[in-house]
Design a protein around this ligand. Structure first.
Ligand code: DAH
Length: 339
């Protein structure tokens, strides 16, 4: 019996050592210590041992059992450690690998140009206001001294919703909306989308943007208009920019003018950019017409003011030397990424 016990112990320890993985190790455990295991059966055959030898034999079996259990536990631990080691090695993360680039969008050239215009005018104390894109005929035309038979009101120029409501063709209506609500002094710019029934080409689009500007106060003169817009031109296009005013006609200003800036590409000598002129037209302006002031209950004897309207796309095209307006609306990333 003793020899059998010794043999079981030795063989089991060998099997444990060569078991290799946790599954095999478990098989070894069941084969020895399980219900039908070798050691269990040996204990069951205790009845064959002489009664006086039983305690000593029992002790031997228990000792063998403890040793086997310790060996099993040991082997299990080593194997688990080895397994963890292998997992750590195979699941290693290379933190030095370059990451996937996040594609962040950025501002559209129109937006960049608008923010620049807003920065310049808010710096001079102007407020930025907005008006509706779907506008009343009254604000878009009538209150601006544009008579019923004016060509700008033609259906070929204007998108009408009905007789009284239309998609605004200019931001000038915001002047009236502001003057109706606010008493002078007023200093405001009003950027926004406008609509005209134009075919798309390199310089036209049925939808584009304008920035309206207006100042109303006591003793405002054409000299204030010139000084303000000359300053704007310098900030927008460079310190050396000169301005030139040409007489023009707008129904809502008197006198009216168009303003040109000296070509910032050639400095005024004449180049391909300014078509040899040395000057580039950038906006319309004038002294607010007394009829427009009166319509808003502002006394033209007491107050005067100037107004101007700039095309936002025109500024963006000039500033970034883009030669086709359509590029601004196509949203081609290869184009937009350049700004
Ligand atoms: N609204 C005019 C246009 O669309 C631009 C303009 C000219 C606005 C003169 C003004 C102005 O405020 O005084 O052509």
């Amino acid at each position: 019996m003793k020899e059998t016990l010794q043999k079981i112990k030795e063989e089991t320890i060998k099997k444990i050592q060569s078991s290799g993985d946790l599954d095999n190790l478990n098989e070894v455990r069941v084969a020895v210590l399980g219900k039908k295991g070798e050691l269990t059966s040996l204990l069951k055959s205790m009845k064959d041992v002489a009664p006086e030898d039983r305690p000593a034999f029992g002790q031997l079996v228990n000792q063998a059992r403890t040793e086997i259990e310790a060996a099993l536990e040991n082997a299990k631990k080593t194997m688990e450690e080895k397994q963890l080691d292998m997992r750590l090695k195979s699941e290693v993360i290379d933190v030095t690998l370059p990451s996937k680039k996040l594609k962040a969008g950025h501002r559209h050239p129109n937006t960049i140009a608008l923010e620049e215009v807003e920065r310049i005018f808010t710096g001079m104390g102007y407020e930025v206001v907005e008006g509706p894109e779907v506008e009343r005929d009254y604000y878009n035309f009538e209150a601006l001294n544009i008579p019923a038979n004016h060509p700008a009101k033609d259906e070929q120029d204007t998108f009408y919703i009905n007789k009284d409501i239309l998609l605004r063709t200019q931001t000038s209506g915001v002047q009236v909306r502001v003057m109706e609500k606010q008493k002078p002094p007023i200093r405001m710019i009003a950027p926004g989308r406008v609509f005209r029934a134009d075919e798309v080409d390199a310089t036209h689009s049925p939808s584009f943007h304008q920035i309206e500007g207006m100042v109303i106060d006591k003793d405002v003169t054409f000299a204030d208009l010139k000084g303000t817009l000359a300053e704007f031109a310098k900030e927008m296009f460079g310190e050396d920019t000169k301005v030139k005013f040409r007489p023009h006609h707008f129904p809502f200003t008197e006198p009216s003018a168009e303003m040109d800036v000296s070509c910032f590409k050639c400095g005024g000598k004449g180049c391909r950019f300014c078509k040899g002129e040395g000057w580039i037209e950038i906006l319309g302006c004038g002294m607010v017409h007394p009829k427009v002031l009166q319509g808003c209950n502002i006394d033209p004897e007491e107050y005067s003011g100037f107004a101007f309207g700039v095309g936002l796309e025109r500024i963006a095209l000039l500033k970034y030397e883009i030669d086709d307006m359509r590029l601004l609306y196509e949203n081609d990333e290869r184009f937009l990424e350049q700004f």
